[in-house]
Design a binder for this molecule. Structure first.
Ligand code: 5GP
Length: 133
């Protein structure tokens, strides 16, 4: 069982921000910026691609509202929403979660490496992805 499953069951405390039938949101215990907040589905799946349309929609419905509250409470003017899937992509807790991370300055919050390349075979690649939808 993941640490977030234990939080969902009330076995581990959290600083709760929001809850409905499908979603729980709480403060990250090791924030990389003040106001760093997590939003998780109550459905216990590891990665976003495994999440149902319904559970995903429930999160999508509340992400903007929670983001607005984080901004208003912290005074941050910018923020990142981060969602990691798989250990290679820096996922440590294997229960789907979205990070809302205020960005106050260059030193705090999310730092991003962005090794931009040049799109190759866009047509074939898009076709291959579309065929799997
Ligand atoms: P990941 O790297 O998996 O995307 O991020 C997991 C996040 O969960 C980390 O930012 C970490 O600080 C947070 N986290 C891990 N354990 C706990 C916990 O017990 N309580 C809370 N509130 N956050 C946690």
């Amino acid at each position: 069982m993941t640490i977030f499953a234990k939080i969902l069951r009330g076995e581990i405390p959290c600083h709760k921000i929001y809850e409905d039938d499908h979603v729980l949101s709480f403060l990250d215990i090791m924030p990389i910026a003040r106001g760093h907040t997590l939003v998780i589905p109550k459905r216990e799946v590891a990665t976003l691609d495994q999440l149902s349309d319904e559970a995903s929609a429930a999160i999508g419905r509340v992400l903007p509202r929670i983001s607005r509250a984080v901004l208003a409470a912290t005074g941050a003017k910018a923020f990142n929403v981060l969602q990691n899937n798989g250990e290679l992509a820096h996922q440590a807790v294997h229960h789907v979660h979205f990070h809302i991370i205020p960005k106050y300055d260059d030193a705090s919050g999310l730092g991003i490496g962005w090794p931009a390349g040049k799109l190759q075979d866009g047509g074939a690649l898009a076709q291959a992805i579309v065929a799997k939808l």
